[in-house]
Design a protein around this ligand. Structure first.
Ligand code: PBG
Length: 318
């Protein structure tokens, strides 16, 4: 009889034959810096993730580095919202100190988007007639990215989904001498209902309407692959699908089409769903979290952005 079970019998045999593996080196921990905060504040649904003031951010980073975290993705939240002329100066000192704390051992990425900065809560700016002003949007995004890069970020992560952003960012970064600053593009990002806890933390909910006119339609596969392909063509170094758990089918086709590393962002609503299941006694949180990461790897994710990256060592990963 054909027995496929034979090599699943013991832990040693399963480890010997595991087709994928990973460690903290493939996980990215999000962090929130709120310029208006004077103390850390819990984020509903995201367990030990908090919005930080500048001091508590650095304490968190020290603790995370000690716990084995290798990569951070910073989300800056300015103290005041504006219609345009955004200013990221409040981030510079934190990025500098974060970079210094990380040394060679860990990397610092900064999410690059307008929704936390803008009065509209949208990822673009609008002209006098309420239409998306793409030229100004790209200039504003680039302005933020130049501040982040100038402060020492290893890479910037455009999460806005506006057309042409990666080419524009690459061009301006290069012109400013930041040729070696990487771009991790949120390249296939859907207009999703799973971003709830994040939008509370980042204070980035659209005041009116939704993001369906610039983020991807969840029913579309061709458009999602084309979006990542375009980011690759425009010079993105790393690609990403988001929300990760509900875009898992896209990892393999995007890698095949682009031959670039493609990661998955386990978004706030996905992470919180595991936490809530566990809270209701309907599942073991650690086991579900680890399983979700293992499945990302099986599906072909090169890296995983997850609110649980700082748990990796506790879960037995190196
Ligand atoms: C900003 C941005 C969002 C997320 C990451 N960057 C929210 C959005 O597009 O509405 C979501 C992350 C998460 O839910 O964990 N554009």
């Amino acid at each position: 009889m054909k027995r496929l079970q034979r090599l699943r019998r013991t832990t040693a045999l399963r480890d010997l034959c595991a087709e994928t593996g990973f460690g903290a080196a493939q996980l990215i921990q999000p962090l929130f810096l709120d310029a208006a905060a004077s103390q850390p504040r819990a984020i509903p649904g995201l367990l030990d993730n908090q919005t930080h003031d500048a001091q508590s951010l650095l304490r968190q980073v020290d603790a995370d580095l000690a716990a084995g975290v290798r990569h951070f993705l910073l989300f800056p939240v300015p103290a005041e919202k504006r219609a345009a002329n955004f200013d990221a100066d409040f981030t510079a000192a934190s990025i500098e100190r974060l970079r210094a704390a990380c040394g060679e051992h860990a990397s610092v990425w900064v999410d690059t988007c307008l929704c936390s900065y803008s009065t509209s809560g949208h990822c673009c700016v609008f002209d006098g007639r309420g239409r998306q002003d793409l030229g100004t949007t790209l200039d504003e995004l680039t302005g933020l990215a130049l501040t982040y890069a100038g402060a020492g970020a290893d890479g910037v992560s455009p999460s806005d989904m506006n057309d042409g952003r990666v080419a524009h960012l690459r061009d301006r970064l290069d012109a400013a001498g930041h040729e070696l600053v990487s771009i991790m593009s949120y390249s296939s990002k859907f207009a999703s209902s799973f971003y709830g806890p994040f939008r509370i933390a980042a204070q980035s909910s659209p005041r009116q309407g939704n993001r369906r006119s610039y983020q991807l339609d969840v029913r579309s596969r061709r458009d999602a692959i084309a979006a990542s392909q375009r980011c690759a063509d425009e010079g993105a170094d790393l690609l990403m699908v988001k929300p990760g758990m509900s875009s898992i089918d896209l990892l393999a086709p995007i890698s095949a089409a682009t031959n670039k590393p493609v990661g998955a962002y386990q978004v706030s609503g996905e992470f919180a769903s595991l936490a809530l299941l566990a809270r209701e006694g309907l599942g073991d949180f650690d086991a579900m979290l680890l399983e979700s990461w293992q499945v990302f790897r099986r599906a072909g994710a090169s890296y995983i952005v997850t609110y649980g990256a700082r748990q990796a060592r506790r879960l037995g990963l190196n």
